[in-house]
Design a binder for this molecule. Sequence first.
Ligand code: FA5
Length: 333
Amino acid sequence: MIIRLTPAYLRALEQAASIAVRQAATLPALEAVRVEYLGRRGKITTALQTLPHLPLEERRGLGRQANEVKRRIEALLIERRRSLPTSDRPIDRSLPVGRPERGHLHPLTLFSRRVMEIWRSFGYDVYEGPELEEAKTNFDDLNVPPDHPARDVQDTFFIQDHPELVLRTHTSTVQIRWPKSYGVKPPFKVVEIGKVYRHEATDATHESMFFQCDGVLVDRQVTMAHLVTTLKAFMDRLYPGKPSRIRPSFFPFVEPGIELDLWWKQPSKPGQWLEILGAGLVHPNVVRSMGLKPNQWQGFAFGMGLDRLAMLEYGIPDIRLFYSGNLEFLQQF
Ligand code: FA5
């Protein structure tokens, strides 16, 4: 068909196109409208092709007008496309939905629960104390002297304008809080698992926030034999047959003090001892802080690094992975 391009013809085309766009109820129908008007052989395209045959004085005005009509039709098509459903299939609301991805417990939570179960089976109570702790409970009551390096701002997170508060540096605070805050009378045995904070550089086995599990038992005539037997029984339940060693050590809140290491062997690396816990017989000054008489009551206490134990359990080479938020790592558990 030979068409004569005129302003009236362009107006008619635009009107027809906008009605067709509005009436298109599906994406394929809308595509057909686009082809009809803007396709290679479409009505607007064909009209534009007639331009060179027009007298020069008509050509310029009509060319501009035709291009404007083209742009307006394109804009209408884009707007209509956004408002149409992306699929022609009717929506069946009774169909089962795809399974949403589910999260799961963090490996340290899973591991803490296992550790807690073992202590519960040994008859221990479970306590949960505050992470924002009084400096007195974190240090003084535990016989840590005022000039001890742990009290330095280089090692401990203090709270600005509140020198009496710290982010607890260990869960050994359970030794004071359990008998004092709860008025629990001896004999008692209790464990606490929780986060602790230290202002220190991190590496594969050190974090500035990590988990500890502390325990304390108070009774009459408690000896190192009770402590060592308890720790061995715990390790045998957690890691039957894993090589361990006990060394003498020093902590202000126990006397005598020991440390326990476990053998850590990673693939293609030489094995090494990894320090897991500190322990000892509760210092008489700490027994007094509990509000008890040291000539009547004795106790043992221990504090272990849960992250390090979990590293051995799951074969994790670097403690920082626990806190990396790396989904590839976390989804393995
Ligand atoms: C203590 O925190 C003592 N409160 C433990 C204790 C309790 C001793 C009761 C005596 C009686 P230490 O700073 O060594 O001690 O920490 C105990 C364990 O926590 C370590 O053996 C180690 O397994 C773990 N640990 C210590 N520092 C870090 C760290 N920066 N990152 C990860 N784990 C750590």
